[in-house]
Design a protein around this ligand. Structure first.
Ligand code: API
Length: 269
């Protein structure tokens, strides 16, 4: 297992989607896939769905790098972005691999402007040209997904009952399908009313999580764009609720809680 110099960290979560956040703006912290995996390990590490590194930026208030529990890099992470908003306080802009996002700390949570969604097949990305509004593919009862990129790639399936879907079995099959050259986050949603939907997510690089902020954004956008819902949409995830606002041609605004559980120091990881 990779190990490096001791580091301070914040243990945080957004609706149970949990993070180890390392603020490396004052002094650099070496991080790579192997070390992120070791830190994220729930038996031999600290344990988290994603590891989040805050570093100095020449163009924004900070640069944020997201590592999934498997060590893979993610371009965006909605729940962690709200936690970063709390750490930075007030209003801030941060640079991510998925673009610059705007953070507003509010009470026990935050509102994040996640930028504009993208729908072109090569922006998701997909392996070949296809209409992303209805992909001609199926995995058992999950069929005809919608693909949206909200900084990171998402496939969205609308089903009669999201709780009835064997997402632990189908999620990894879809995540690793050749149709998605950079893998994909798998969202299974049930529309409850024009402004409320229920969502479960199999996350790329992390598996089933209690909540997925970018999944909530991508699913709300897909629901609005397909006429299944209208903005703002309350997204009910296993860990709690987020409110997503979006109008075609605009950027996505996500509002929800962010919890700072404790601050610690790790040695030997
Ligand atoms: N697994 C995602 C990154 C974390 C997304 C999720 N934790 C969120 O709150 O958006 C990916 O590889 O694109």
């Amino acid at each position: 297992m990779a190990s490096g110099a001791p580091f301070r960290f914040h243990k945080m979560h957004g609706l149970g989607n949990d993070f180890v956040v390392i603020d490396a703006r004052e002094s650099a912290v070496a991080m790579d896939a192997a070390r992120a995996r070791a830190i994220a390990d729930r038996r031999e590490g600290i344990g988290c769905d994603q590891l989040v590194l805050i570093e100095p930026s020449a163009t924004a208030d900070a640069k944020i790098t997201f590592f999934n529990a498997d060590g893979s890099l993610a371009e965006s992470c909605g729940n962690a972005s709200r936690c970063i908003a709390q750490l930075l306080g007030g209003e801030s802009r941060v640079e991510t691999a998925g673009g610059v996002i705007a953070l507003i700390a509010e009470g026990e949570g935050a509102t994040v402007d996640m930028g504009a969604p993208r729908f072109d097949w090569d922006a998701i990305p997909l392996a070949y040209p296809v209409d992303t509004a209805v992909l001609p593919v199926a995995w058992d009862e999950l069929e005809a997904p919608i693909a949206v990129n909200v900084g990171n790639p998402h496939a969205i399936f609308f089903v009669p009952d999201t709780d009835a879907v064997a997402l632990d079995r189908l999620g990894p099959l879809i995540e690793h399908d050749a149709l998605f050259p950079e893998r994909v986050n798998v969202n299974v949603a049930t529309i409850e009313s024009p402004q409320r939907l229920r969502l479960r997510v199999w996350e790329r690089g992390a598996g089933l999580t209690r909540a997925c902020g970018t999944g909530a954004c991508a699913t709300a956008v897909a629901a609005i764009r397909s006429g299944r819902a209208h903005s703002p949409v309350t997204v009910a995830l296993p860990g709690g609720e987020l409110v997503i606002a979006w109008a075609p041609g605009g950027t996505i605004r996500m509002t929800g809680p962010a919890a700072h559980v404790f601050t610690g120091e790790a040695r030997g990881l």
